[in-house]
Write a protein that binds this ligand. Structure first.
Ligand SMILES: C[S@@+](CC[C@H](N)C(=O)[O-])C[C@H]1O[C@@H](n2cnc3c(N)ncnc32)[C@H](O)[C@@H]1O
Length: 247
């Protein structure tokens, strides 16, 4: 389905992206989500909060279709507000990446990628309301930013849309777990976790929970993505408590 765009990403775009954090097999999940959505007529924009050099953003952009936009939200040149996040990497990297990712978006984005320079906490509650099918959260890993990222995603997502929350269960980013659990146990009435793989928790709308899970189970086991990454999440539907026997 996405063969031409994926091959271009794999062979031409990804090898030139300078740096970033992305599992080496996460593309399998992204393509499966894209295939599921295409098969079920799920359309909409794509969002990533926390772009850095665009490693994951350009992969997500493989799925962008006609009339859709890929949005990247990041502090970019206001990175000074973020220096505590990478104490080990030094200031030079922080000053370098915004210009570089802007250049790469011009080179590879074909006019379909929009970058927004802002703190994700300032995103309006109704931003892209009911217009997004894929929403990646990988910005500030505080509990508050994580929680609000999931709120933004809930408002923006269409039915059958998917959220990718980075760093869940990463012991180096405990705020993410707190934010996710606060969201699932409180605000949430719409999303359900479906898969945990390579540092990312994937959630979808409850209306499509079983369909998405079955689709991933069918298509990802072939690629050695075992059920244990999926099945525990079958029980997490409307909160963090287990509900029933999975159906
Ligand atoms: C872990 S990096 C993102 C990695 C990226 N997704 C990739 O594929 O390599 C985190 C990014 O979030 C951005 N960021 C940090 N705090 C933010 C905030 N409050 N709002 C928006 N972006 C933020 C940082 O500037 C940085 O570029």
């Amino acid at each position: 389905m996405f063969e031409v765009r994926f091959n271009r990403w794999r062979d031409e775009i990804n090898p030139t992206i300078k740096d970033g954090w992305m599992g080496d097999r996460i593309w399998e999940v992204v393509l499966a989500v894209g295939d599921f959505q295409a098969a079920h007529g799920v359309t909409g924009d794509i969002v990533e909060v926390g772009v850095y050099y665009g490693k994951f953003l350009f992969l997500l952009d493989v799925l962008r279709g006609e009339g859709e936009t890929t949005w990247g939200v990041d502090l970019f040149e206001d990175h000074i507000h973020n220096v505590r996040q990478w104490p080990q990497s030094g200031v030079a990297e922080h000053t370098y990446y915004p210009a570089r990712v802007r250049r790469d978006v011009d080179t590879w984005g074909q006019g379909g990628i929009q970058l927004l320079r802002m703190d994700s906490l300032a995103l309006p509650r109704d931003w892209l309301k009911d217009r997004v099918r894929l929403f990646s959260i990988d910005g500030n890993p505080s509990a508050a930013h994580t929680f609000m990222g999931l709120v933004s995603a809930t408002e923006a997502l269409v039915d059958g849309g998917v959220v990718a929350q980075d760093d869940y269960l990463n012991p180096g980013q405990p705020g993410v777990q707190v934010g996710v659990e606060r969201f699932l146990g409180g605000y949430n009435s719409r999303l359900a976790p479906v898969l945990y793989f390579q540092n990312k928790l994937f959630l979808t709308t409850q209306s499509s929970h079983w369909e998405v899970m079955d689709y991933l189970r069918l298509h990802l086991t072939a690629a050695d993505l075992h059920d244990d990454k999926l099945c525990g999440w079958a029980y997490l539907r409307s909160g963090i408590e287990y509900v029933g026997d999975g159906h």
